[in-house]
Ligand binder design. Structure first.
Ligand code: PGA
Length: 250
């Protein structure tokens, strides 16, 4: 039995006051939860969120990190730094970073390996563009993104501690959620692809769905056999909405 996980990705939203009010409300509303829950605020608010979350079962995560351990990388943050401020998880390869910051499958794979080696749990994001879905290449795109890790020993080792989030790019922030059947079909494909290399990992790895998950559609998405929770953007900025989603993940 895989445990469910719900991760909130605040992206570049909130100020300190709004963020503190949000995390406090989530802490109060989530005294106990069947699912694992993780909040991923902007870097500068990680220490504040860590402080507010103390004594709660909710974990802390970051939205990105460098693939390098340290050195002359202005503006970057290492896995060690994220661990220092209490992070347990790190989102890697989000489609916004792939599209806006030029992160290739190879760079994302390096980051996943670096995070896992350092002891962080990577949340690896993969997903196809609308044009790719329309051309019928969804599975080919997903395969490339996965194979960047599955094809090397270091990548396969890193996946042992990773979570994968399937986020169709056309569903992110658009209100156009994938249907439970569309999401399930890709999740099943991801699990099969991993099973070709490592059947026991395929059975155990948590696969999240992301892309316009809301309180109103979470339950039917999470009810799919290969969907183990969600990566939540917009709806994670509203405490009540986020709590409803967490309660839907059992
Ligand atoms: P959304 O974002 O829930 O706002 O669609 C999901 C994500 O980008 O992880």
């Amino acid at each position: 039995m895989r445990k469910s996980l719900v991760a909130g990705n605040w992206k570049m939203n909130c100020n300190a006051a709004d963020g503190e009010a949000l995390v406090s409300a989530i802490k109060v509303g989530l005294k106990s939860s069947v699912a694992d829950v993780v909040l991923c605020p902007p870097f500068v608010y990680l220490p504040m969120v860590e402080r507010v979350l103390r004594g709660s079962p909710v974990s802390l995560g970051a939205q990105n990190m460098s693939q390098h351990v340290g050195g002359a990388y202005t503006g970057e943050l290492s896995a060690g730094m994220l661990l220092d401020v209490g992070c347990k998880y790190v989102i890697l390869g989000h489609s916004e970073r792939r599209a806006q910051c030029g992160e290739s499958d190879a760079i994302v794979a390096e980051k996943v390996v670096a995070a896992s080696k350092a002891g962080l749990l990577p949340i690896l994001c993969i997903g196809e563009l609308l044009a790719e879905r329309e051309q019928g290449t969804t599975e080919a795109v997903i395969s490339c993104q996965l194979d960047a890790l599955l094809s090397s020993e270091a990548g396969l080792a890193a996946l042992q501690s990773a979570v994968i989030a399937y986020e169709p790019v056309w569903a992110i922030g658009t209100g156009m959620t994938a249907t439970p059947e569309q999401a399930q079909s890709v999740h099943a494909f991801i699990r099969q692809r991993i099973a070709m290399k490592d059947p026991s990992l395929a059975a155990r790895i948590q696969l999240l769905y992301g892309g316009s998950v809301k309180g109103g559609n979470a339950e039917e998405l999470f009810a799919q056999v290969d969907i183990d929770g969600g990566l939540i953007g917009g709806a994670s900025l509203d405490a009540e909405e986020f709590l409803t989603i967490c309660r839907a993940a059992t």
